[in-house]
Design a binder for this molecule. Sequence first.
Ligand code: FE2
Ligand code: FE2
Length: 367
Amino acid sequence: MNTATAFINSLMAAISNCSLYKSDHPSVDSYVKKAFGLLTQFFDKGETLEILIIEDELVINKNPIKNGGLHIAGFIKRMKRKGISRIDFVKGISISELKALVVDLAEQAREVKAYPHIKTGIIDVSLTDRAEEALDEETFNGVASTQVEHLREIYNDVSLFKPINIAGLEEIVINFLITLRREAYILRLLSPVRSYSEYTYTHATNVAILSMFQAESLGFSGKLLHEIGIAALLHDVGKLFVSQEVLEKRGRLEKPEFEEIKKHPIYGANYLSRIEGLTPLATIVALEHHLKYDGSGYPTINRKQHLCSQIVAISDFFDALRSIRPYRRALEAKEILAMMKTRASKDFNPFLLDNFSKILLMTLRRK
Ligand SMILES: [Fe+2]
Ligand SMILES: [Fe+2]
């Protein structure tokens, strides 16, 4: 067992004992002491300890913890209940600070306080950070930005009573294909997220680029390659029919709000299925992009997820995580890939994921 896992196990044992007995019970102190000892091992190596909870995964110092066992699962659950998705332990921490954290976490009703060497918070999508924008702007090639604009115009025209501009979408896809052949470093083609209102378009274009990149490497060409690009551009179109207020809400969503968001695949498929001349693949992908490889996910459909939906689901997840900025640190491509790997066969088609990871890492090396 590595030090990180051992640390969480001791910390969680201290928390459980603290909930069961009282905070001054000797078993609590002994586990806190053990956890503290393990924590100092990180500092001795000059490292800090960064713990992220992303969906149901624990990521410690950029490494996802695989098959963590009961303590890890319990820890994730407890953090989620407290609304915490990030903890940083910084050098200089005292054993009494660690113990105070244990007491805070052990009691349901208790808020986790701020400590000088322990920083807790949420992985927030911070979209208004100026420094981040400037950085992204520099690395962003700009080729895709015209297409984002173009897609915005097309999306602005979407209404239940109007068909979508298919020729416009086709044009975007062709431009992406040209760009994909020119730019070896694919991540540079992805647009940074500047604001919530722009997320819809930037995300859609990013998912289209990533999906076409995958499809081409798998041997898709001609009409089918275009169609997957169009389907990817429209995968989230159903979100345009979800209330703005719910979509743009910061922080935790209430259950009915989440249920409303979960309807976007059905809204999208309904809308797209009625558009004459549009590839049926767009309807399929819109409906299935939140399905998982093992058949779970939403909406409940009694059939296997289409291969193109599996491709788009991989691009979708990758881009969504790329846009998360926990305390201004964007997750690196390698981290996201490592995390996705722990979900292969369950959430994602393992063959497609393996391929995605290989082609993306190849371009990273070429950078
Ligand atoms: Fe979606
Ligand atoms: Fe999406």
